[in-house]
Design a protein around this ligand. Structure first.
Ligand code: SF4
Length: 393
């Protein structure tokens, strides 16, 4: 890293920070993002090189190298799951000024090392002071350095409306993390955070700002939940997610399977199965992109989803095995109920049947549907059930 200039002190600090935002998803494939970083000691949260601060993040316009960093790893709050909680001696506390962070980001971008920044922070001297520093960093980047790259900003719990508005003007995405799906779950995870006033209230304010400025380019909010540490159920998480999509214009919900961090109150709590995180994402997309209601999701014991099968297949096993969907006549929203058929394939099927009959799985393959066998038990083709070849092995 010699072909660009960052003050040695800032470079050292950034390098020592490393993947401090390990648990903070910045893109569309948080699972891959996190697991690419998980090969090394995940409990340390401190790094060996600048490359540890840069993640390949999946975005709607392709994978981007993003600097994921914090203005400070010190924090006056004590969230039970967090490596940066006050009093944890294993965390090295490092602080970078907005000027230095902006300069380093610009230098890395000019050198072609990154195309964006995800910026978070521990809370010092309150949320408002901390949010000011986050905003300052983005202001300096956009104004002084004329930086046009991707910016994703964390919004501190309880930030002011004007701060949220400015953050939404400066950034491409803003994160307002709810952490838990109810007041009680949040209290068990982060006793100093207030669910309604500091977090859910901010998501309402973000929606209000967007309503009041319909023609302005404003970042949409995302949120994150810590899953599985304090008895939260999939039904709780997805009911709230569905309301956030429908009423508050949430761009994306992230689910972070809980992993215990040494020297925190939850250090002896069992980690959450990654498969649970995956089922939550699949369900979340059904709610956001497939027109599903939360009541459609096939919750089983105590409000959780089956983990052995994806939620769409679980639903189809109950509802479509005896009443398959006729691809010749089904409405688009019914096609979206069939495993293996997403929005794009549903459109292709509707277009194709205007041109002729779909009579067997090869017709679906010719449309580009990669694995029509997945849909086969739940559909009629040419008015008949589709014979499914049993595997001999
Ligand atoms: S406020 Fe944020 S940084 Fe501070 S302890 Fe809680 S989660 Fe960690």
């Amino acid at each position: 890293m010699t072909n660009f200039s960052i003050a040695p002190d800032t470079m050292t600090k950034l390098t020592r920070m490393g993947d401090v935002t390990f648990f903070e998803p910045a893109g569309d494939s948080p699972h891959e993002e996190r697991h690419a970083r998980h090969k090394r000691a995940p409990q340390e949260f401190q790094s060996r090189g600048l490359e540890d601060c840069i993640s390949q993040v999946s975005t709607p316009t392709g994978a981007k190298p993003i600097l994921k960093s914090m203005l400070t790893t010190a924090c006056e709050r004590n969230c039970f799951y967090c490596p940066f909680r006050a009093g944890r001696t294993r965390t090295e506390r490092i602080t970078i000024s907005p000027d230095d962070m902006a300069h380093a980001t610009d230098a890395l971008a000019r050198a072609g090392k990154i195309t964006g920044i995800f910026l978070s922070s521990g809370i010092i001297k309150g949320s408002v002071t901390t949010q000011d520093k986050i905003i300052d960093t983005a202001e300096i980047l956009r104004r002084k350095y004329r930086y046009r790259g991707y910016i994703h900003l964390k919004v501190m719990p309880g930030a002011e409306e004007a701060q949220l508005y400015r953050s939404m003007q400066l950034a491409d995405r803003v994160s307002i993390n709810l952490e838990g799906p109810t007041v009680e779950r949040l209290a068990a995870l982060a006793p100093k955070k207030e669910f309604d006033r500091e977090l859910l209230g901010l998501l309402h304010v973000a929606a209000k700002i967007r309503r009041e400025h319909p023609h302005e380019r404003l970042a949409r909010p995302v949120t994150q939940f810590v899953v599985g540490a304090v008895g939260d159920t999939d039904a709780e998480l997805l009911t709230l997610t569905s309301q956030l999509y429908a009423r508050l214009g949430l761009a994306r919900a992230y689910y972070s399977a809980f992993e215990p961090v040494l020297q925190t109150p939850l250090e002896n709590t069992r980690p959450t199965e990654p498969l649970r995180e995956r089922r939550l994402y699949q369900s979340s997309f059904l709610l956001r992109d497939y027109g599903w209601d939360v009541e459609d999701l096939p919750f089983v014991d105590a409000g959780n989803l089956r983990q052995d099968v994806d939620p769409k297949t679980a639903w189809a096993d109950i509802h479509l095995k005896q009443a398959p969907i006729d691809l010749a006549t089904a409405e688009r929203h019914d096609l979206l109920r069939v495993p293996g058929i997403g929005p794009r394939y549903a459109d292709l099927i509707v277009q194709a049947r205007g041109r002729g009959r779909l009579t067997d799985l090869n017709d679906l393959r010719r449309l580009g549907i990669a694995a029509p066998e997945k849909a086969a038990p739940y559909i009629l083709l040419g008015g008949r059930a589709v014979p499914v070849q049993q595997s001999l092995f």
